[in-house]
Design a binder for this molecule. Structure first.
Ligand SMILES: *Cc1c(COP(=O)(O)O)cnc(C)c1O
Length: 368
């Protein structure tokens, strides 16, 4: 039996009538960019996350870029980010006009801590972007305390963590602003690209709302140079339908993760992910650390078991950032994780039989 890494057709089939109606509503209105669907989604996401403001944008990447651009970077200003994350975190920092400074992560949680951020802090640091990797939040209380001591801005990269919480604080409500992605493979995914910025800061929300439409709220009058980062009405309409099902899908992801935890416990060569106390992990990925990772991946792929590698190279070692001077050995935890991690199928519609099949394949690889 083969097991796909992700099958979005199952989700679509389960909510097809609602989705098709929402799409038809937009098509009938012929209002395709921004408008009432986007406003509706912004209100619903703000309420879900528990903040007063949400601003829809064209992608998760722009949801990181625009709040940082709103800080008006001066040349040489720095933003501390983990080296172990998706490239977009760093690309957005760079394109906003900041110098990305890479820090290491805690190998148990895969996330930054106040301590790892602090190790990369300098007098030029204006902001930190903790990433809630795989769906578990970075320790926001200690990160906020560090940043407020230093007068720095905190932007949560919550692209993988919608619905996650920590001691009752939802991802996207625990920093100065939060960035979410609606890329189809995220826990709340659209039918294309999309993203949203959440914040408690009204002035920041205003500024991001201007930057996404060329820097002005009144047509043809521009107070700053922005960009086109509007969200499509079709995406918003689809996302509003899916948001109603999100908590149920999260419960299923967590059920799948609990089952993996149980059946992989004690398999020699495999370390299951650590969900820290106080954390509600939403498992955008279920990522294990293993021995002989590349051999295991080849074995699984051969047997038709989907698997993913997030991420194979630390951002401090990417060719495009060579001018920043990163060297092998600088960030040992990141470098070790890029050799050890593999992500297993975790999507909500996965069956118990499929999870058993994945676990059995892994067990037989290490038994051989
Ligand atoms: C997906 C993702 C992004 C970027 O989102 P896009 O919508 O693809 O632009 C940023 N950061 C992380 C950690 C992500 O997983």
């Amino acid at each position: 039996m083969s097991v796909p890494f992700l099958d979005l057709t199952l989700q679509y089939r389960s909510i097809r009538t609602e989705i098709d109606e929402a799409i038809q509503r937009v098509v009938t209105s012929q209002g395709f960019v921004m408008g009432p669907e986007v406003q509706g989604l912004e209100g619903e996401i703000a309420a879900y996350v528990g903040v007063p403001h949400a601003v829809g944008v064209a992608s998760g990447t722009d949801a990181i870029l625009l709040p940082l651009r709103a800080l008006d970077p001066r040349p040489g200003d720095e933003v501390v980010i983990p080296a172990f994350t998706f490239f977009a975190t760093a690309g957005a920092v760079w394109n906003a006009g900041f110098k990305p400074v890479f820090c290491d992560v805690d190998p148990a949680s895969f996330n930054v801590t106040a301590e790892t951020l602090d190790a990369a802090w300098t007098a030029r640091t204006r902001a930190a972007v903790p990433v809630h990797l795989y769906g578990q939040m970075a320790p926001m209380d200690e990160i906020r305390a560090l940043a407020s001591r230093r007068g720095a801005f905190v932007l949560e990269d919550a692209a993988q963590a919608i619905g996650a919480s920590q001691g009752g604080a939802m991802a996207g409500s625990a920093g100065d602003a939060g960035a979410f992605s609606f890329f189809p493979t995220k826990n709340l995914g659209g039918f294309g690209d999309g993203g949203i910025v959440t914040t408690t800061d009204e002035e920041l929300a205003e500024k991001v709302a201007k930057l996404r439409v060329h820097g002005g709220r009144q047509m043809y009058h521009h107070e700053m140079v922005g960009t086109n980062s509007r969200l499509d009405a079709l995406q918003a309409a689809v996302l509003r339908v899916k948001l109603k099902h999100l908590d149920r899908w999260t419960r299923l992801r967590r059920r799948n993760a609990a089952l993996y935890d149980e059946v992989l416990a004690g398999v020699e060569g495999v370390r299951t992910p650590v969900a820290l106390p106080q954390q509600l992990h939403v498992y955008n990925q279920y990522t294990v650390r293993v021995d002989r990772r590349d051999e295991l991946r080849a074995f699984l792929t051969e047997r038709g078991i989907g698997n993913g590698l997030y991420y194979p190279l630390g951002l401090h070692l990417q060719a495009c950032f060579s001018s920043l001077g990163g060297r092998e050995g600088d960030l040992p935890n990141t470098e070790r994780l890029t050799r050890e991690v593999v992500s297993l199928p975790i999507f909500p519609e996965l069956t118990e039989g499929q999870i058993m099949e994945v676990a059995e394949s892994i067990r037989s690889f290490y038994a051989a």
